[in-house]
Design a protein around this ligand. Structure first.
Ligand SMILES: CC(C)(COP(=O)(O)OP(=O)(O)OC[C@H]1O[C@@H](n2cnc3c(N)ncnc32)[C@H](O)[C@@H]1OP(=O)(O)O)[C@@H](O)C(=O)NCCC(=O)NCCS
Length: 165
């Protein structure tokens, strides 16, 4: 199993089918803080199991602490041709602002790049300043908008992270 530990002690690994329930719990927890105005769809254990089993999805789990003790965050991306899109990323509320989100995205970018993906697209609620700052910090650039993308009429920004450089 590919495993990576960064300087801040965040470990990143690909998920296995046994992580589906944990992924669903993490998703619920990460998107229940009210920090982002447009909630994502509720992805239950069955939905997560499908993502994890999918041949074109990349599912990463971040942990901190000894022996991977504490689940810290997760990321799901899906590839199509030589492009990929970020479906979701989340870090548990009490472990934010420690570089976990950055570590997940960097790891995803490296993994996608090494499998021949040229660009990662990131669609994000225009009011989600935290996610926008994270994506821009890693070099993503705005390439468009989707007006009324969310059920409540909110707009999405579309960013593109070049993986070729
Ligand atoms: C977005 C999210 C994943 C960021 O995770 P994180 O682990 O806290 O992010 P990091 O600590 O790696 O921060 C990396 C960069 O993001 C930006 N950032 C992170 N938190 C921020 C905040 N509260 N305000 C502004 N910028 C912020 C900064 O540029 C930061 O770099 P810095 O530490 O050098 O200042 C996390 O806040 C989260 O789970 N939010 C709820 C779910 C969500 O909105 N997901 C994105 C849409 S799918």
């Amino acid at each position: 199993m590919t495993r990576h530990e960064d300087a801040a002690g965040v470990r990143i690994r690909r998920t296995t089918p046994f992580d589906a329930a944990l992924f669903a719990a993490l998703h619920q927890s990460c998107f229940a803080t009210g920090e982002q105005s447009h909630q994502q769809r509720a992805w239950d254990e069955a939905a997560m199991a499908q993502f994890i089993a999918g041949p074109s999805t990349l599912c990463l789990l971040a942990t901190v602490g000894a022996e991977d003790a504490q689940p810290a965050g997760f990321l799901i991306a899906r590839a199509a041709g030589d492009e990929a899109e970020l479906l979701t990323i989340g870090v548990v509320a009490d472990l934010r602002k420690r570089g976990v989100g950055r570590a997940l995205l960097r790891h995803a970018a490296e993994a996608l790049k090494s499998s021949g993906i040229r660009a990662l697209f990131l669609e994000v609620d225009e009011t989600n300043a935290t996610a926008l700052a994270l994506y821009r910090q890693l070099g993503a650039e705005a390439v468009g908008r989707r007006p009324g993308y969310y059920e409540d009429g909110g707009d999405a920004a579309v960013l593109r992270l070049d993986l070729q450089s």
